[in-house]
Design a protein around this ligand. Structure first.
Ligand code: ADP
Ligand code: ADP
Ligand code: ZN
Length: 214
């Protein structure tokens, strides 16, 4: 099962992707997490990505596509995976479709988590992310068991630099310009499904499970 999560920044893609990955035992691949891991470790890729991310812009396609295709070629991706934050542009979608097509393969489900911009701005201020494993929490809607500490790995929870309000509005603009057209792309491929992302986390999850299990 190969799944793509679509939706604005803060729509809940990461939250849902992790729950799906746990339920179906497939890898959760977040391009944002891979970039942040590289930044933390001071790699060349991290250095290049950081300037774009800090400004709320997208990392160039060439770099992102190479990194993602490399990751999905790993052994643990053989029986499927869930992509969270990729593709984010039409050229990225083409690259993925093209690569999968080489072996007669394709994306089975593209799930659009729909949340209006007004809700997003409010959500992002409360998001806290684990510095170690990337899991996300919310100060009100998805509290960790212990304040400031990741349930999954014990890592420290922080407010991401790019979750400050100025950067969030830039990211939303970029989303509408470059990423929203993917909804149509996957609609044409007959794999698009939408869920109402303003509902409670567990309600959204139940809706997605219904889609995946037909
Ligand atoms: P969110 O979960 O809030 O949507 P992400 O963690 O997915 O944020 O992404 C953070 C940043 O990483 C993006 O603003 C962008 O700069 C970069 N990024 C992540 N995925 C991609 C991608 N597929 N293409 C280009 N840039 C990306
Ligand atoms: P994305 O990966 O799309 O950027 P996240 O999964 O990181 O989004 O969610 C953004 C923030 O909103 C996080 O703080 C998360 O805990 C919270 N959140 C996710 N889904 C919901 C929901 N259905 N209702 C309320 N808050 C949510
Ligand atoms: Zn963690």
């Amino acid at each position: 099962m190969k799944i793509v999560m679509l939706g604005a920044p803060g729509a809940g893609k990461g939250t849902q992707a992790q729950m799906i990955a746990d339920k179906y035992n497939i890898p959760h691949i977040s391009t944002g997490d891979i970039f942040r891991f590289n930044i933390k470790n001071g790699t060349a890729l991290g250095k290049e990505a950081k300037s774009y991310m800090d400004e709320g812009k997208l990392v160039p396609d060439e770099l992102t596509v190479r990194m993602l295709l490399d990751r999905v070629s790993d052994e643990d991706c053989r029986d499927g995976y869930i992509l969270d934050g990729f593709p984010r542009t039409i050229p990225q979608a083409y690259a993925l479709t093209g690569e999968l097509g080489k072996t007669g393969d394709k994306i089975d489900f593209a799930i659009d988590v729909d949340v209006p911009d007004e809700n997003i701005v409010r959500r992002m201020g409360g998001r806290r992310a684990c510095q170690s494993c990337g899991s996300t929490y919310h100060v009100e809607y998805a509290k960790p068991r212990q304040e400031g500490v990741c349930d999954r790995c014990g890592g420290k929870l922080v407010l991401r630099d790019d979750d400050k309000p100025e950067t969030v509005s830039r990211r939303l603009e970029v989303y509408h310009e470059q990423t929203q057209p993917l909804i149509d792309y996957y609609k044409k491929a007959n794999v698009l499904h939408s869920v109402d992302g303003t509902c409670d986390i567990n309600v959204v999850f139940a809706d997605i499970v219904k889609i995946l299990e037909g």
